[in-house]
Ligand binder design. Structure first.
Ligand code: GLN
Length: 456
């Protein structure tokens, strides 16, 4: 907590800090342990978690990074948050994000700009930038984020922490403010694979409040990890790993490519067979993603009408009320996405955009399935570059969208993916971290975490 208080004025990971409440909760836990013993408290007793502000938290502000929800306090916890609290974790605050998850730098927050702890002139990535920077700056132990097109994995890479995007449906979305419901997942950050595994075991599982949550068995993911001192020399022998060819070409920083190649040879030294694999539909994923995500967003965001949640504006009639609250409450990027999505879904354009994007989604799924029939894990960079400068891409949305090329396909296919730090490129005073993305078949989180842990 003292570290959080010291670093927060410069890093600005949190929209809302609940440090005093966290301190009281920790003291309560101490008392319970003293009187009833360690077994009386949950497995995460006292672990400080940061929660992305698009996850609802009872009695704490939950803004989704949007001014339209300024002052909104939900009456309930998101399921992932409730499960963490039941396990004894303490929510220390709500982390900053691009408004409703739409962005890749966290500069799109309606409240503040978060700095990358490795170099405060650079972005932490996004949209879960506050959750990534909070773990990176050790302001909390672990954090929750959401990943619709890369929002856990890219900031994990930019901030040098571990980030997990679970299989679609692995973690309940109840209480997550919907961006694109067919792509959204709740994910988590840790400074180690072990911490990330510990959190997943608690938040994963079916939930009657989310009909798309899966009843697939939840493992104790921590116990999947081989203790480091028991490693034989070739712990990955028998494993087949494919490097996605399309991710190491044009437009990718050379330092990123060499970090990924070094990581691949390390995986080989650990006993796995590493080969290049081509995913022919890879480059189609980005345009398809932006059509589908915007289309779903244009429908999901209609609930922000200025009546049900957040700040009220005064108006003489209904249209003025809607118009006034949306004009003032929503930011530029969100308005642009709503317009793009509405356009793609409108009669006359639907077949040319939405329907074709859905067809591409089917192709992307199929090509991943074929590759994952031949390889246990596919690897790629998590982003084409390391963290870039604040302001560098704010006036060029297409350049920012292009930075999502490594991650969006995974959401289209609903697959799990883990990002672990794997190298550095030059920049800042100590270098800038680069993340390795490891992609697996549905519900193979245990295997991804095991390999990530050995690799770590
Ligand atoms: N950057 C992507 C977007 O803006 C992904 C965001 C996310 O995963 N929430 O849509």
């Amino acid at each position: 907590l003292s570290r959080l208080r010291r670093t927060e004025p410069s890093v600005r990971s949190f929209i809302h800090v609940a440090d005093a409440a966290a301190e009281r909760e920790a003291e309560d836990l101490d008392r319970r342990i003293a009187t009833e013993g360690q077994d009386a408290v949950g497995p995460l007793a006292g672990v400080l978690v940061g929660v992305k502000d698009n996850l609802c938290t009872a009695n704490m502000p939950s803004t989704g990074g949007s001014r339209i929800l300024d002052g909104y306090r939900p009456a309930y916890d998101a399921t992932a948050v409730r499960r963490l609290r039941e396990a004894g974790a303490i929510v220390v605050g709500k982390t900053n994000l691009d408004e409703f998850g739409m962005g890749s730098t966290t500069e799109g927050s309606g409240f503040q700009i978060t700095k990358n702890p490795w170099d405060d002139s650079r972005v932490p990535g996004g949209s879960s930038g506050g959750s990534a920077s909070a773990v990176s700056a050790r302001q909390c132990v672990v954090s929750l984020g959401s990943d619709t097109g890369g929002s856990v994995r890219q900031p994990a890479s930019f901030c040098g922490v571990v980030g997990l995007k679970p299989t679609y449906g692995r973690v309940s979305r109840f209480g997550l403010m919907a961006y694109a419901s067919s792509l959204d997942v709740v994910g988590c950050f840790g400074s180690s694979v072990f911490d990330t595994a510990a959190i997943l075991s608690v938040i994963a599982g079916t939930d009657k409040m989310d009909s798309t949550s899966s009843s697939h068995d939840v493992l104790d993911y921590k116990s999947e990890l081989v203790p480091l001192d028991l490693l034989e020399s070739k712990p990955l022998s028998g494993m087949r790993i494919g490097i996605i060819q399309q991710t190491l070409g044009e437009g990718v920083e050379t330092g990123v490519i060499s970090s990924i190649k070094d990581a691949a040879s390390h995986l080989e030294q650990l006993g796995s067979v590493v080969e290049e694999v081509s995913l022919p539909s890879f480059s189609l994923g980005l345009p398809a993603y932006y059509i589908l995500a915007s289309s779903e967003a244009s429908s999901n965001l209609s609930r922000y009408d200025g009546i049900r949640y957040g700040r009220q504006v005064s108006a003489d009639d209904l249209n003025e009320l809607y118009g006034g609250s949306r004009a003032n409450g929503l930011g530029h990027e969100v308005k642009m996405r709503i317009l793009m999505g509405t356009y793609a879904l409108s009669a006359g354009y639907y077949d040319a955009y939405y329907k074709r994007a859905q067809q591409v989604r089917t192709l992307v799924k199929k090509s991943f399935k074929e590759a994952l029939d031949r390889y246990d894990i596919l690897v790629s960079p998590a982003a084409p570059s390391a963290a870039y400068k604040i302001g560098e891409k704010t006036n060029d949305p297409l350049a920012m969208y292009a930075g999502d090329i490594m991650t969006v396909n995974v959401n289209l296919a609903g697959l799990p993916a883990l990002v672990v730090p794997c190298g550095f490129v030059e920049g800042g005073s100590a270098g800038l971290p680069v993340g390795l993305q490891m992609i697996g078949s549905p519900f193979s989180e245990g295997n991804l975490l095991r390999v990530g842990h050995i690799f770590e």
